[in-house]
Design a protein around this ligand. Structure first.
Ligand SMILES: NC(=O)c1ccc[n+]([C@@H]2O[C@H](COP(=O)([O-])OP(=O)(O)OC[C@H]3O[C@@H](n4cnc5c(N)ncnc54)[C@H](OP(=O)(O)O)[C@@H]3O)[C@@H](O)[C@H]2O)c1
Length: 377
């Protein structure tokens, strides 16, 4: 199959990691299969989503394997630093092939950056896997832009994968330019804003323990307030055309010619069918312009609010419960707003992330101090 045959909507298996709470594995398999029946042929998973996530995907699609694109990822495993050395990439690929029950992976992704391994080495491993026909394409995801540029210069990635939705537009700042300049394809993930663009998540909503959204900056402070307003905007536009807010959000992502496929991760058939139906909705030009202006306005407003919030969080007493999540908010905001470089701040973020299960107040206080120095001095 050719890249041009990839469906506009894809399904991902991140939820099988438990990131969005408990999932019924059999139901998830049915969601994937029903997606295929509706014309979806792009399916994404990762070794780090847990063994089940690759096995379930392989099992759900085993009899239609040659009619679908399967993508999976390498480079990180729980509790470890990212790794992309030649041997580990090749080993991880073999294990993913076994779990997926397939002889080849259509798209193999560099999941996270490993600054300790030269890009040439990882590219070499990917090219070896291509020569062995274990993978068809390789892809870069979730890594700083200058490292993506290095991959483009030293190798031949066919795709980029990044978050993109009305509540996460950073990719359009520099990744869209790379896509155009180098004629790349792209996979946008979390296009429903991890559920917030459905309009079902309110200020009163409480996520279950262990749900990643408890520490996700999108669900906190200025970004959450903005996401709620954006979700309301999607609802208003959808109302005019008989579409739901989430369908407007997905159609908006797909209105960008830079996007090859929009990935969503629903765990119910109802949500999946709703998302799949957005493929036929073309947002009229005047609505696109209205959404564009609204999102620009929201970004300006959130930027102003974020400065005040970050200043407050970096000067407030830290408590064990909320301190960790507040520091994550600061880290992500500082990078997204371009106040600090991702490479510069990443080691400190990893230091904090290591103690995620049991955050220690003295360490958090020290990181708070260092962040204050880095951002405001
Ligand atoms: N490269 C990377 O680092 C990376 C990072 C993140 C994701 N991804 C890939 O991209 C895929 C998609 O990302 P994602 O899972 O974050 O997508 P997503 O669809 O934005 O988020 C999934 C969450 O949104 C909810 N949702 C989806 N459709 C809905 C609807 N119509 N109505 C109400 N709620 C809805 C789901 O709820 P229900 O469970 O109730 O349906 C679930 O809680 C992932 O599964 C993964 O394969 C890659």
């Amino acid at each position: 199959m050719k890249i041009k045959d990839i469906s506009k909507i894809g399904l991902g298996c991140y939820a099988l990691s438990g990131a969005y709470g408990k999932v019924d594995v059999d139901q998830y398999k049915q969601v994937l299969r029903r997606g295929f029946d509706l014309g979806i042929n792009f399916f994404d998973t990762a070794d780090t989503y847990g063994e089940t996530a690759e096995r379930v995907l392989g099992e759900a699609l085993s009899d239609v394997r040659e009619e679908v694109f399967i993508s999976t990822k390498v480079g990180v495993s729980k509790g470890e630093k990212p790794f992309l050395s030649r041997d580990r990439v090749i080993e991880a690929c073999k294990r993913s092939l076994a779990r997926l029950g397939t002889e080849h992976i259509d798209l193999y992704l560099v999941h996270f950056d490993d600054p300790g391994t030269p890009v040439e080495e990882t590219v070499g491993a990917m090219e070896y896997l291509q020569d062995q026909q274990m993978i068809t394409h390789y892809v870069v995801s979730h890594i700083p832009t200058h490292r993506i540029q290095e991959y483009i210069k030293k190798g031949k990635p066919s795709f980029l994968m990044f978050e993109y939705s009305p509540v996460a537009r950073d990719a359009q700042r520099d990744l869209f330019k790379l896509i155009q300049e180098h004629d790349l394809n792209s996979l946008a993930f979390s296009v429903t804003g991890r559920g917030i663009l459905s309009g079902n998540i309110t200020r009163q909503h409480r996520f279950a323990e262990g749900d990643i959204r408890n520490m996700d900056p999108l669900f906190k402070y200025a970004r959450f307030e903005s996401a709620l307003r954006i979700s309301e905007k999607m609802k208003d536009v959808g109302h005019k055309h008989g579409m739901s807010p989430v369908q407007v959000a997905i159609a908006w992502v797909l209105s960008h010619p830079e996007i090859t496929c929009a990935l969503t991760g629903p765990s119910t058939i109802e949500h999946m069918e709703e998302n799949a139906a957005s493929v036929d909705f073309l947002i009229p030009r005047e609505d696109l312009e209205e959404i564009h202006d609204f999102l620009d306005m929201e970004e300006e407003r959130t930027k102003r609010d974020d400065i005040k919030i970050v200043e407050r969080l970096l000067n407030a007493p830290l408590d064990r419960e909320s301190g960790f999540n507040d520091l994550v908010y600061v880290f992500e905001t500082a990078v997204n707003r371009g106040w600090v470089g991702e490479d510069e701040i990443m080691p400190m973020f990893m230091e904090l992330f290591k103690v995620r299960e049991e955050p220690k107040v003295p360490l958090m206080k020290e990181i708070q101090y260092r962040l204050r120095e880095m951002i405001f001095n």
